[in-house]
Ligand binder design. Structure first.
Ligand SMILES: O=C[C@H](O)[C@H](O)[C@H](O)COP(=O)(O)O
Length: 275
């Protein structure tokens, strides 16, 4: 390599800040050299929410469901810290390849639903949370295992930053509802959803690979951009009935509490309405 090329390369590389050592998400994140103050604030808010949720909901001898995404990274950091400091006996059930890696990396006890089909608590992120604690999840493609694990948990806690806190779904999150489908069915499923519920449905494409995103379960993801608020319980049930649909990213009546890290450094806790 010529000295000029070496100087050029060093210059180029110096523009890339290093990734936080604990970060390993199922959703790729790209930091530009001018990562804004708003991004830093959101990261701080994720950490606040995650730490607070772990401190208030995890106890000794708990079986804990570990969600996926960038916010959960902070929750696992805190979980590992508490296990070390308080000598807690905790078993962790992952919701994705990413979650499994996080558990292993921190030396936490890894389990699964065969050995621990009943969990005390599941802690997971969300793409958006409405006033009733209905969630959109699956921005990182991990919705199916997340829903299974949350469904096996006595208590399901959501952790998020202030940007996810909405009155109605679609207010903040503009990428639509993720839907995991069997690959051969993605066209008919897309057509059926658009026909019955309107909006636009697209096959999620990979970023650093040619072709579609392939989930941890070897399926595809559709993103349904809806046009207006729906009865999410009905829509979720109807979409699940379409042959080829594995799961939707609509989590209705599942979360009991949501912890939001706020811009002012506080943590806002919202509880699900009593039915
Ligand atoms: O598939 C990904 C999961 O549903 C995540 O929990 C969700 O996308 C939120 O991720 P993050 O904490 O990175 O915003």
């Amino acid at each position: 390599m010529t000295p000029q090329r070496w100087v050029y390369l060093r210059k180029l590389l110096s523009g890339f800040p290093s990734f936080p050592s604990s970060f390993s998400s199922c959703r790729p994140r790209v930091f530009s050299s001018s990562q804004s103050a708003a991004d830093n604030m959101a990261e701080e808010a994720k950490k606040l929410a995650a730490y607070s949720a772990v401190d208030n909901n995890v106890q000794n001898n708990h079986v804990v469901g570990v969600g996926s995404g960038s916010t959960v990274v902070y929750a696992v950091d805190r979980l590992a810290e508490r296990v070390r400091q308080e000598k807690l006996n905790i078993v962790c059930v992952p919701t994705s390849f990413q979650a499994r890696q996080l558990i292993l990396k921190h030396g936490l006890m890894l389990s699964d639903l065969e050995r621990h089909p009943e969990l005390d608590v599941a802690i997971d992120g969300a793409d958006e949370v409405d006033s009733e604690l209905t969630l959109i999840k699956g921005g990182g493609g991990c919705l199916t295992q997340e829903k299974i694990v949350a469904g096996c948990s006595k208590f399901f806690v959501v952790i998020a930053d202030y940007r996810k806190d909405s009155d109605a779904l679609g207010q903040q999150w503009k990428k639509g509802v993720p839907i995991e489908v069997i690959p051969m069915a993605y066209v008919p499923v897309s057509m059926t959803i658009a026909k019955h519920f309107g909006g636009e449905v697209s096959l999620r494409m990979a970023v650093s690979k040619a072709g579609p995103v392939v989930t941890d379960n070897s399926n595809f993801i559709l993103d349904w951009k809806f046009e207006h608020t729906h009865n999410w319980k009905e829509v979720n049930t109807a979409i699940k009935m379409i042959p080829g649909v594995v799961e939707t990213g609509l989590f209705v009546n599942m979360a009991q509490q949501a912890y939001f890290g706020m811009e002012d450094g506080s943590v806002k806790v919202r509880k699900a309405p009593v039915n």
